[in-house]
Design a protein around this ligand. Structure first.
Ligand code: NAI
Length: 337
């Protein structure tokens, strides 16, 4: 795939602010000449209304066929109702590695200005296995699953990514002092893979202490690898270090397929007002462009996005500005070189 070839990408426009930020991304990618043929497929609330289920098989099949998707946030009811579409998608496509780069954006005031780290989260097991049982009224259990296969695979993903990206250190995050068997097995696998990569420094850190270290001195971290639930929490914490969820991109990788999405949710409190910040979905699209081989365009869109944010003349309300979602997208489009 070259920068100039047209490429099919499945798009899930999502719920809440999802469609608004998807339109903004389309505007910017069109301006950059990315030549993406968007294939819109249903998921979430609209899919339930139309097909009676939040993630129709036709949507999963289309992503398998295209090999890549850009997904806007999808609403999940808490405590009841259908299983999270995000969790279902990860299972159905075996998207085992969640990749979340977290970098300070010059001129955007986060709590820190020197953050440049990557969180790699195991996406398929742990407490997200969905094995919950009511033993008797008032007593429930949730099973945390840890397998050698999944721990080896995520460790290999993290080390090879660190190698490709020229990163220097991997921190394995765990709670093996308490969860001796499940997190102990994961650590054993991380160590085995670390031994095959002597050029990358390897350390182990307990999850609670890691949370404190991240908010005190995030610049000491480079690449962090961890199981599912820890990764879910730590990656949102990391987004907070650089100015919030509106700025945090992510990719979910399987063997021959990847789904890119913003870290934030559907923001029901601002949906329909046209004021959402599209940066996270746009930076996720930047990762997607890189993945499908459109590297030059990926870099151009990233540079234009960062320039627009750094200039500070045109920003959405979450960053203290007055621009609408589409005005901000147009400003980015006008900065593409
Ligand atoms: P949320 O991320 O939607 O909102 C948290 C706060 O951040 C809100 O004040 C919101 O206005 C703000 N915010 C989020 N994204 C923003 C953006 N792009 N621009 C400006 N402000 C933004 O989290 P919440 O409220 O916990 O979840 C709402 C729904 O989203 C739930 O149904 C949840 O299940 C779903 N969700 C979906 C995700 C996904 O599809 N990947 C991830 C997280 C939540």
């Amino acid at each position: 795939m070259t920068d100039s070839a047209s490429r099919n990408v499945v798009r899930l426009r999502g719920d809440g602010i999802g469609p608004e930020i998807a339109d903004a991304v389309e505007l910017v990618l069109d301006a950059a000449g990315a030549d993406i043929a968007w294939q819109d497929y249903p998921a979430g609330e609209k899919a339930i209304a139309e097909f009676g289920e939040p993630l129709p098989q036709s949507t999963i099949d289309a992503i398998k066929e295209a090999g890549v998707a850009l997904k806007s946030p999808i609403a999940t009811p808490i405590g009841t109702g259908f299983r999270s579409v995000n969790v279902q998608l990860r299972k159905a496509l075996d998207l085992y590695a969640n990749y979340r780069p977290v970098r300070s954006i010059p001129g955007v005031h986060g709590r820190f200005e020197n953050v440049d780290l990557i969180v790699i989260r195991e996406n398929t097991e742990g407490l997200y296995s969905g094995l919950e049982h009511e033993i008797t009224p008032g007593v429930v259990t949730s099973l945390k699953v840890s397998t050698r296969a999944a721990s080896m695979r995520i460790a290999e993903f993290a080390f090879s990514l660190a190698e490709r990206a020229g990163r220097k250190k991997i921190s394995a995050v765990h709670k093996a002092n308490i969860l001796k068997l499940s997190d102990g097995l994961a650590l054993q696998c991380y160590r085995e893979v670390a031994a095959q990569h002597p050029e990358i420094a390897y350390e182990e850190r307990i999850i609670d202490a890691t949370a404190m270290a991240l908010v005190l001195k995030p610049e000491q971290f480079d690449v962090l690898v961890m199981e599912n639930l820890y990764g879910d929490i730590i990656s949102d914490l990391c987004a907070g270090l650089i100015g919030g969820l509106g700025l945090a991109p992510s990719g979910n990788y399987g063997e021959n397929v990847a789904v890119f999405e913003a870290v934030h949710g559907t923001a029901p409190d601002i949906a329909g007002q046209g004021i959402a910040n599209p940066t996270a979905l746009l930076l996720s699209a930047v990762e997607m462009l890189e993945y499908i081989g459109k590297r030059t365009i990926s870099q151009q869109v990233r540079d234009a996005t960062l320039k627009t944010l750094s200039d500070g003349k045109c920003r959405t309300a979450d960053l203290g500005g007055k621009a609408s979602t589409m005005e901000f997208a147009e400003a980015i489009a006008s900065n593409i070189k």
